[in-house]
Every structure is written in structure tokens, then in C-alpha cells.
Design a protein around this ligand. Sequence first.
Ligand SMILES: [Zn+2]
Length: 394
Amino acid sequence: MENVKVDDTTLRDGVQMPGIRAPSPKERLEIAHYLDDIGIDRIELFGTWYDVDRKSAQMILNAGFKAMIGIWVRANKNDLDEALRLDGIKGVGISHPISDIHLTYKLNISREEAFKRIHDAIQYAKDHGLIVFYHGEDSTRADWEYEKSIIKMLTELKVDVYRVCDTVGVGIGAHTSSVIPINKSIPDKISEIKKNFKIDIEFHGHDDLGGAVTNTMIALQNGATYASTTMLGMGERAGNAETEKVIMNLNYHYNISKYNISLLTKACHVIHDAMDIRIPSNKAIVGENVFTHQSGIHSAGVIKNPETYEPFSPESVGNVRRLLVGPLGGKNVILFKLQQILEKEGITEKIDPNDGRVKAIIDYIQQNLFGSGIRRSPLTDDEFEQLVRMFALK
Ligand SMILES: [Zn+2]
């Protein structure tokens, strides 16, 4: 697992997400900066077709990032010629489907024709000195024997990485069985490729059945080198495996500390600002609720030792801890927030829970506001401060 690498495709698959605002070249450059600072190993980009994509890709190539820049292209000479016009280009991700459903209905070509197109595009890219990552689109629905013939050809052409694309998210972390064929079994498929072919493996998982992150981790555990992911899981339909989740799983479970996790939350906010994608409050790692505690039992635990309900600290991932006074809250959190406010005012003495004013404010909040049902949402910090003033505690 130490050699694991992350390919972030927020600026390719991510920007294909329906409904978002397309980021400007300047915004894409800023996002790429964050990805590079996090330590992402490869950044995947569009770099052909449209002026805005070419301009963005050129700006990012010019920035001299540590991350490898991979330009995503289709398996044809035109796309490759366009990519080759980019100054400083080193690698391309050549995408072409390999499942019968895609070959028949999307492209209307035979397996043999697809084989030839893939072969010729790779040969062309290699002849021009490019590093080639080949993406086997819809691999988890492809015929396994056909897929193996493609992988064999990749090794003969000295392709650098084979990407297993779980394009519609039907891959599963279970072993092959009477109901799970090998093309969908992520552990067996990756192990078989690893065992039989000399090529680095990458896994690109979609989340249609909710398994993108788990499948990605299973792929890595079974010998894949690269995880292909997007920040916030952006992407087509249900999106991709989240970069931040995969990185935190590597960090937490496997002690892989080469990624700067303290930038994860900030990077997601930059992406939010650029593309107008909402960050759900309960989004793992970077959501506002992830280190917010409101219920009495949880707050009491966190006040004594945050590890009671936080597997890692908010500071470690650039997030912040919040304690809310709300329904189901206990008096501990009121006392804790009261102490914080007084400390801000320079009052250091410990609050006496038996002080009549303290008892009155606790009683008012618990009984009059929340107990009565008059108030149903948590108090904002401003509202809490007003109450503190009202009860002459400040
Ligand atoms: Zn995808």
C-alpha cells in the first residue's frame, strides 16, 4: 500500500457533473494548486475540444506542479494531435469502452474494431513519446476474456497504467460466485490482472450503488497502484469515489501520511465557490456537521475528550469543532459555552453551576425554549450571547 498513488479527476470527470457552473481557467488553476499542495500524484484534465479547456490545461501545465498532468482524450488521432499541441504535455489518459453494450449501442462497432482503434491510438501516442494511461471504460460490464485480450495488447505496447473503470458503479467488493461474475468482482478482477499481467493498475469507481470508496479501497488492497477519484465525489450521476475519503482512509487505516490532509476542507470550499456545488452538512471529513455536536450525551463526552466521538481531529483536516445548544442538549454544553464567552471577555474564574443566574439560564433554555417546543432549532452563537446578557452573566 505504501506505493499507492492518487489520480484526481475533479477537473475532468468532476466538471461533467450535471448542473454545476463550469470553472474558469483561473479557477481551474487554483483548484489544481490545491490538489498539488495536497500531494495528489496525478491531475487529470480535459485539454482538447474547447478553447477554455485548452487554455486551462496550458495554464496548469505551465505552473510546474509536482503532480503529473494527465490529459484525457478519446482513442483517436484527432484528440491526440490536439493534446500534442499542448506545451509540456507528458501523459495522456486514452479512454475507450470495452463492454459490448457500449460498443454496440454507443459506437456501433465490433470488438475487433474497438481493439484496433485502441491499439492504433496507443501506438500513435507512444510513437510521440507520451506516457499512456489506458482507461477501459465500462470494464465491470465487459466480457472478461475480451478485456484480458485488451490488457495483453496494452502490455505489448508498454502502456504505463491500465485503468479499470467501474463506469456505472456496478462493481462489488465480493469474490466471484454463482451470482457475482469476475468482471464485477473488484478483488478478484484486480488480483487476476495483477497476477497475469505486468502493468500498473488503476481503479476508477462510480457511486451508483454507493460502493465507490469501498471498491476503491478494495482495489488498492488487492494490488491496484492508482485510485482515480474526485473531490466531493463530483461526477456524472451519483459521482465518483471522493478523493478526500480515499486519502483519509489511507491515512487512518494504513498510516500513509504523504498527503497534506489539513488542506482537504479548504480545497472543497474552493471547489464549492468555483463550481457552485453544495457541500452537504453531513459530508464525511469536510462537512459542517462532521465535528458539530448537539445532543447532550455526545457533547458531554466531547467536552471531556473529543476522541469519544471524533475518530480524528477537526484541525487535522482543516475543519472546525462546533458545540450547539439545541433540543436534546444537556447542561454541560451550556456551561461549556458560557465559560468560553466569559473567557473571551477576560474572565478566567470557573463558572459555578450552583450560581442562581447560571441555574436560571439553563432552566430557561431547557424548559422554556426547547422543553416547551416553542423553539425547535439550535441557538446561534449570537442568540446564546444575548441570553447570557439577559441573565446578567456578562
Ligand atoms: Zn467516470
